[in-house]
Every structure is written in C-alpha cells, then in structure tokens.
Write a protein that binds this ligand. Structure first.
Ligand code: ADP
Ligand code: MG
Length: 340
C-alpha cells in the first residue's frame, strides 16, 4: 500500500482551538445552562432566572444577582483559561467553586452569539460586552450579571444537526436547572420558555426544595439521611422500598454541591437496598456527599460530571451506611459490612 503524503504540522487558529474545546463542554443548550448557572452560583447569586427561546437553541438568557464582573475584566471573562477561581495547583486541590477551568464562556462564545452584561456594587451602571464585536456599551441592570447566548451552533452546522426537538432540548435545560436547584435550596430559581413561566422554586430549606422539585410523594415516601464517617458526610433523603420505580430517573447524587454521575455512589446506595428491593426496581434518592475537597479530584472530566475519590471504599461505605440507617433496614443475621 502507498504511504499517504506527509502534511506539515501547523498551529491551529485560536478560534478553531476554542471550537474544538467547546465540543467537550457544550453538547446542547442544557450544557450552556449548566455552565452559566454554575457561574451564577459561584458569583454568590441568591436569585437566578433562566429565559429560553426554542428550547434554548435560539436563546438562553441567564440573569443573576451575584457579585458581577468589573468592566476592565469583562473581555478577560471570555478568554480561554482565564478564571477568578484558582491561581495555583494548590488552589485546585481544595477548590469548592463549581468552575475553575476558565473555559465555559470562551467555549460558548465560540459556538454561539454571546453578550455579557454586568455590574458590580462599585459601578454606577452596568456594561454590556458583545463577544463577537468586542464592543462595550452602557447597559441597564442592577448588581449582577446577565449572559445572553443566541443561535447555538450557528457556525458549527454539524453540531446543530445533533440537536433534538425543541421540547426535548427544553426538557434537558429544565433538568439542568433542577439539578442545581436540589443542591441549593437557599437560592431562588425561575425558568421561562417563550415568555411562559415553566418552573419557579423559591428559596427555603432542603426539605421544601425537594418537595417543590421532586414532588410531594418523593418527600412523603422517603426518609431523611444524616450520616458522618470520618471526613465523609452524607445527607439528603432516601426513598422507602415501596417508592422504587422501574427506571432510575430519580437518583440524584452530589459531591460538595456538584451533581455527579458516579458508579461508586450509585452502587453504594443500591447496596443499602439489597435485601429490600427485588428484581430491577430502582430506588429513588437525593444524596448529598460532603467530603474534604483534598480527598476528591473534580478535575477528571471537562464537564466535571465525574469525580475520583482518594478512598473510594470509604465513600462507598459511607453512602451505604447512610442509606441503611435512613431506612433502618434490619441487618440482623447478616454479616456486618467489612471494615467495622
Ligand atoms: P470558570 O467558571 O471556570 O472560572 P468561565 O469561563 O465559566 O470559567 O468564567 C470565567 C470567569 O468569568 C469566572 O472565573 C468569573 O470570574 C467570571 N464570571 C462568569 N460568569 C459570571 C457571573 N455570572 N457572575 C460573576 N462573574 C462571572
Ligand atoms: Mg464557569
């Protein structure tokens, strides 16, 4: 077979680097919603409003009452690898903010039209930065930040083709807000679509938030979880066996306030139901794991949906014991779990 002709090595243009990187974080409108709500929470917002058009494909507008971005830093916010959240590798190891990679705004602005409007407590008025033109203009809003994202994937048609119907994309967007809302009952969330109110969750305590977001039945048919082993604390609610469903669609796991998909946590929770759930019934639960940040690596995946624990067994056991205690499952006659 003939050898293909050699092509010389070139550095990619910045714009293309950002678009490639965006592929990892921005899959659909819901990914944008997740990143922007992360930012609003990191900014200390107490009220977050999400306004969508066409399932978020035409427009995602997120307004918060957080600390805002000073005018001289607005262009920096859009730059790749620019962040206010870490300064060193050391900071990364103890990071408790949702963000730290300094990638989201750069990524989104490379695959959509974007504008940032922001005002800090020191500003007399807000400023608006148009990402494409770089134009800065005065704007009207209170202290906080609004991020406007329009026409997602307009310049990457291959990606745009992978989008589903507006209704499906909307459902994913609402899901993204729901996941944040469960972890942050102290923050009020509002979601609008095409000018209609879709969801409104007022600030309150965790039980109230679980009731508002997952429904009355979830709270009625679940037990409070409250457990601590060493550096691992587990709280939340675990559904009684009778509340189990045929699908695993009400299993929410968090690590230090971050929604995660983690086999270890799911397995630990499942183990607690071992003797009380049969067949393929799926338990329902919302579990919030808090752990010393040094004992968990959140920099495993660009979207941070996966984490790695330094001592997986310890976390697995904490979750299992926490749920077992909540259910007060009688373990009589069974060998005690290892490590006790
Ligand atoms: P990261 O969140 O990883 O730092 P982003 O690209 O998401 O990276 O944001 C870049 C920077 O812009 C943040 O570090 C923060 O300083 C600022 N920023 C973004 N969104 C907001 C917001 N809603 N309120 C205040 N500052 C923000
Ligand atoms: Mg961010």
């Amino acid at each position: 077979p003939e050898r293909p002709p050699r092509v010389s090595i070139r550095e990619l243009p910045d714009e293309l680097i950002s678009q490639i990187a965006a592929g990892e974080v921005v899959e659909r409108p819901a990914s944008v919603v997740r990143e922007l709500v992360d930012n609003a929470l990191d900014a200390g917002a107490t009220q977050i409003t999400v306004k969508l058009l066409a399932g978020g494909i035409r427009q995602i507008l997120i307004e918060d009452d957080g600390c805002g971005i000073p005018i001289d830093e607005l262009p920096l916010a859009l730059k790749r690898h620019a962040t206010s959240k870490i300064r060193s590798l050391n900071d990364l190891e103890s990071v408790l903010t949702m963000g730290f990679r300094g990638e989201a705004l750069a990524a989104v602005s490379s695959v959509a039209e974007m504008a940032l409007s922001s005002r800090t407590a020191n500003d007399a008025h807000a400023h608006r930065l148009d990402a494409r033109s770089g134009e800065l203009t005065p704007a009207a809003r209170g202290v906080g930040t609004s991020v406007e994202v329009r026409e997602l994937f307009f310049n990457t048609p291959a990606r745009r083709k992978f989008l589903k119907s507006e209704n499906t994309e909307l459902a994913h967007c609402v899901d993204a807000v729901r996941r944040h809302a469960l972890a942050r009952p102290d923050v009020a969330f509002t979601v609008w679509h095409e000018g209609k109110l879709v969801e409104q969750w007022r600030a309150g305590d965790q039980e109230q938030r679980l009731r508002d977001v997952l429904g009355e039945a979830f709270v009625r048919d679940s037990r409070p979880v409250e457990w601590q082993i060493g550096p691992v604390r587990v709280t939340g609610r675990a559904g009684i066996p009778d509340a189990a469903r045929s699908r695993a669609d009400q299993q929410y796991c968090y690590v230090n306030g971050r929604f995660v998909r983690d086999k270890l946590l799911v397995h630990g929770a499942r183990a607690a139901y071992e003797d009380v759930l049969h067949g393929h019934r799926q338990p329902v639960y919302a579990l919030f794991v808090e752990i010393t940040p040094e004992l968990v690596d959140v920099n495993v995946h660009p979207t941070k949906i996966e984490v790695r624990f330094r001592d997986g067994r310890e976390v697995h056991q904490a979750v299992r014991k926490a749920v077992e205690a909540a259910l007060a499952v009688s373990r009589a006659g069974l060998a005690p779990p290892a490590n006790e």
